[in-house]
Design a protein around this ligand. Sequence first.
Ligand code: GLY
Length: 333
Amino acid sequence: MSSRRRFLKKAAIGTVGITTVFNCDQSSKTNKTPLATVTSPKKPLIISTWRHGLAANEEAWRQLKKGTSALNAIVSGVGISEADPNVASVGYGGLPDREGKVTLDACIMNHHSDCGAVSFLQSIKHPIAVAQKVLENTPHVMLTGKGALQFALSEGFKEENLLTEKAEKRWRKWLEDSKYKPVINIENHDTISMLVLDKEGNLSGGCTTSGAAWKMHGRVGDSPIIGAGLFLDNEVGAAAATGLGEAVVRTAGSAMVVELMRQGKSPNEACKEITERIYNKHKNHKDMEYLQVGFIAVNKQGEHGGYSVRPGFNYAVFDDEKGNRMEKAASKL
Ligand code: GLY
């Protein structure tokens, strides 16, 4: 069809542009047939998991508006949760494993599909910033444990104690029974995941967590695993997960959400379908009694969505039109 070309005609309607795509035969330019009407993306747009996503969005938005890159905005944004001792599932103040150690997982991905991750990292308050350094300064995508710590120190990060008095007290209380049964939406609600559609229309994302409270020492969840806790394809959309990491890894959750968007599902529909798949696969599983998984997703048009297994999951959305606010995600149960 070398003699045929597509012409784009733009008409701005409010803050959202509507693009009509015409199929136009060169030999007869007056004979234009509309192929599709596509809503131009609302951008920039930031979405982040849970209520602590509001403060993270606020900082990331401030950075984006200053002209900071999306990746740096993500690192600064989720860095707010990492540094907050009252967020018991991320960074400093995170609940420890069963040995009383705070161990951290994080990953970050840009619109070129470059990614960096750290897992089982201890004593560094901002694992997301170390993940960014893995992306930028190493030939690898993930460093773990002592190697990740060694790398962080070589990049100038400082070791510090991440176990707050409050978290230690809760751990000592847990030791009395030592039962691993994470409390839904509290002890495994965990991760902050952030997805950004920047003003150029490019997607990026990051997530960071101290993981499930009272996990075995050495346990790594979904959050540093590209395709599980986070995935994006800049041609399609981005997705991220929160909740019980084992269930997300078993199903390659975030990658599947993006694939469904590629097939034409909206972010909401894609999150719903994969959440339902996870629910169905776990109906008779030992993890079912404390299974909670939630997904957020955004597509190239700036549509966003979220869905979870159980009620209680919400996410923060920031755009020019409505500012920073919470959206309640629908749930399977
Ligand atoms: N979703 C975080 C974790 O399970 O560690």
